[in-house]
Design a binder for this molecule. Structure first.
Ligand code: RET
Length: 279
C-alpha cells in the first residue's frame, strides 16, 4: 500500500513547500559532506572514524532524499488548480526507512567511537545498538504501509497493524534511548569539562530529533490531508537535519576537543620539511 501522499491533491503552496523542504535537505547534506571532509584532519586518528561516518551518513542521505525530490518533482500533474498524483508514479517515504537502516547504526557507531570505546567493550555495545536500531526501523517500515488503512481510505484493510508495528518499534526506541543515556551519562573515558558539556548537547540533540520521527509516523492517523502531509515532511526535515548534520557537527567538536587534549596537532602542510635531495 502506498503512502498517504499518493492519495492527496495538493494546493500549489503545499506542493511547493514540500519540494523546497526536500531540496533544502539535499543541499544541507551536500554542504555537510564538504564540512566533514574538510575538518577531518583536525581529528586525531583515534577518533577520525567519526568524520568518515559523518561522510557516509551525508552521502547516503543525499542519494535518498535526492531520489525523493526527483519523484516528488515529476510524480504530480497540475490539473484544475491542484497537484494530483500522476499515473504510474509512487512517492515512497519507505525510502527514508531504508536510509535509516544505514544511518541509525552509523550514528550510534559514531557515538561509541567518540566516547573512546575500543576492542571488546566497543563490540559488546555495538551489536546491541545496531540490532535494536535496525529492528526499530524495520518494524516501523512494515507499519507505515498501513497508513491509508489508519486514515480510513481502505475500509477493507484494518489499521491495527499500523499501531502494533509502531508500538513494537517504540519498544526498541526506548531501549536505545536508555542505552545511549547510560553511555553519555557515564562516559567510559574521563572527560574534561568542555568535552563533557558538548557530549551532553549531543544527548539532547539526539533525544529531541529522534523523538520527532515517531510523531511524523503518527501524522496520517490524525491529520490525513494536504496540510498534514506538509507538517509531516517538515517534521522529517527538521529531524533529519538535526539528527544527522547538527549531531555530527557537535560530536565532531567533541572529537576535536578530545584530540587536542591527547596532544594531536593537525598537519600544517606549509611548514612541512622538504627532504634533502638524494645524492
Ligand atoms: C518509527 C516507527 C514508529 C515508532 C518509532 C519510530 C522511530 C524512528 C526513529 C528514527 C530515527 C531515524 C534517524 C535517522 C537518521 O538518519 C520507525 C518512525 C519510535 C527514532 C536518527
Amino acid at each position: 500500500m502506498p503512502n498517504l501522499e499518493n492519495f492527496i491533491a495538493f494546493e500549489n503552496w503545499q506542493y511547493e513547500v514540500i519540494r523546497h523542504l526536500l531540496q533544502l535537505t539535499v543541499a544541507a547534506f551536500a554542504a555537510g559532506l564538504v564540512y566533514f571532509l574538510a575538518t577531518s584532519q583536525q581529528v586525531s586518528p583515534r577518533y577520525r572514524l567519526a568524520s568518515t561516518i559523518s561522510g557516509v551518513v551525508m552521502v547516503s542521505a543525499v542519494l535518498e532524499i535526492g531520489q525523493l525530490y526527483i519523484v516528488w518533482s515529476s510524480g504530480f500533474n497540475y490539473v484544475d488548480g491542484l497537484w494530483r498524483p500522476a499515473e504510474g508514479y509512487l512517492f515512497s517515504n519507505g525510502f527514508r526507512y531504508i536510509n535509516w537502516s544505514i544511518d541509525v547504526p552509523m550514528l550510534l557507531t559514531q557515538l561509541l567511537v567518540v566516547l573512546g570505546l575500543t576492542g571488546r567493550p566497543f563490540w559488546s555495545e555495538w551489536w546491541k545498538l545496531t540490532i535494536a536500531g535496525v529492528l526499530m526501523v524495520w518494524t516501523g517500515y512494515v507499519g507505515q504501509f498501513y497508513e491509508p488503512a489508519v486514515a480510513g481510505l481502505t475500509p477493507d484493510v484494518s489499521g491495527a497493524p499500523f499501531w502494533i508495528w509502531g508500538a513494537v518499534s517504540t519498544v526498541f526506541f526506548v531501549y536505545l534511548l536508555y542505552k545511549v543515556g547510560m553511555l553519555v551519562g557515564r562516559p567510559p573515558e574521563p572527560l574534561d569539562e568542555d568535552s563533557r558539556r558538548n557530549l551532553k548537547y549531543c544527548w539532547w540533540i539526539l533525544l529531541f530529533s529522534w523523538t520527532l520521527y515517531p510523531f511524523a509516523y503518527g501524522v496520517p492517523a490524525v491529520w490525513a490531508n494536504g496540510n498534514g502531509m506538509v507538517a509531516r515532511q517538515m517534521l522529517f526535515t527538521v529531524a533529519d537535519i538535526t539528527s544527522k548534520l547538527i549531531f555530527g557537527v557537535v560530536l565532531g567538536r567533541v572529537a576535536r576537543l578530545r584530540s587536542k587534549q591527547l596532544g594531536w596537532e593537525p598537519a600544517l602542510l606549509v611548514d612541512a620539511e622538504v627532504p634533502p635531495p638524494r645524492a
